[in-house]
Design a protein around this ligand. Sequence first.
Ligand code: AMP
Length: 449
Amino acid sequence: MSFSSLGLSDEIVRAVTEHGYTIPTPIQLQAIPTVLSGGDLLAGAQTGTGKTAGFTLPILHRLSSGGDKAPSGGYTPGHYPIRALMLTPTRELAAQVEESVRTYGKYVKLKSMVMFGGVNINPQIQRLRTRVDILVATPGRLLDHLQQKTVDLSHVEILVLDEADRMLDMGFIRDIKRVLAVLPKHRQNLLFSATFSDEIKLLADGLLNKPALIEVARRNVTADTVAQKVYKVDRERKRELLTHLIKEHSWHQVLVFTRTKHGANKLSEQLTKEGIPALAIHGNKSQAARTRALSEFKTGKLQVLVATDIAARGIDISELPHVVNFELPNVPEDYVHRIGRTGRAGSEGEAVSLVCIDEKKLLSDIERLIKREIPEVVVPGFEPDPSIKAEPILNGQNRGGGQQRSGGRSQPGARSGNRSAAPSAARPRGPAGSGAGKPPLHRTGGRGR
Ligand code: AMP
């Protein structure tokens, strides 16, 4: 099965082929015809399945095949209809999705724009005065524009909610509802989510009209192309072991996850001191610093990128060879998201977790979720000391850890993988009925605003 046999136009097939794709992935095989037919879609697809092209390609086709919709006399400045709106939870994911739109839309006459918070709003306002057919946005900043009346969504024909589960986890439900309220009633809706909680089902029920249902990989299943390993090690020797592994195996591109922003900073500084170039990426970093770290890492200039969970959403580096969990995540689902950064779309990858005695329960929660045992390895010279006692992991940090969990998700009681404290209970973002319902800034780390 090829992209052209799915009914996509020559211009789109050409761009995709030039980008190196020859065979559609399973989600693309199913999603493309559905989206082309104009129907709504509810898709369960984990990251790394090729879902972005799954919705972007048919949207580009639909928007470009009706001919250029520009009125005969041209557009009146400031009156360009935005025809597709794609909402994503994080800035990085928004940037990446919009980059895909540009890549795949290279040969069609559509203009796209990415919009997110953490950067000056004025250039976005300027850009909105020019032609934008496809807008990729994070909900918070989009809402700011709506409030300032600098964006007009009254011509949107297609809405995409990408990683909808994560948007709910991050407390965006109210923002999303406010955006939905200003969209035209008749439109095509596509909802992508890695998991299907009751909240997602509720959102889907209210949003989608007789949707086609697609589920490509069973949820919470890790890709088979990722070799997973657990290195047993003492709490205080993790950094030493990480340095050893990177040097010993000459790992040249490593994405390392820590639980906290502080932990990410500390680790990246220590690695740099040891001659391993590393930068941290998390919500307390400026957008410019995040973008720079990511691009240096992507191009291979930076050997190690240390990230917190939320900041890492949307990081897509093709064939990323190594992902290291320096600390296991509190929420087992985050393990799946983290290691989804490697072994993407068929390439092989390795996901390594450095696990100390404190993390025994987190590990067993993860293994229960992914329904497999992860092989354990002990590196000679790093054998755990049996006399060391487990210490509780409080609030996303253990001894020597940081102040808070990444993103808007640090919550009292979110400990030891206790799912009840986990984010599926979307926290409201502010007191009911209060203005934009914005949380205080210090809690927005890594979020899509
Ligand atoms: P996504 O799940 O959309 O984040 O995509 C995961 C990765 O798969 C990205 O690096 C894409 O560039 C890549 N990809 C998407 N579609 C294909 C395809 N048909 N063949 C090969 N790689 C693909």
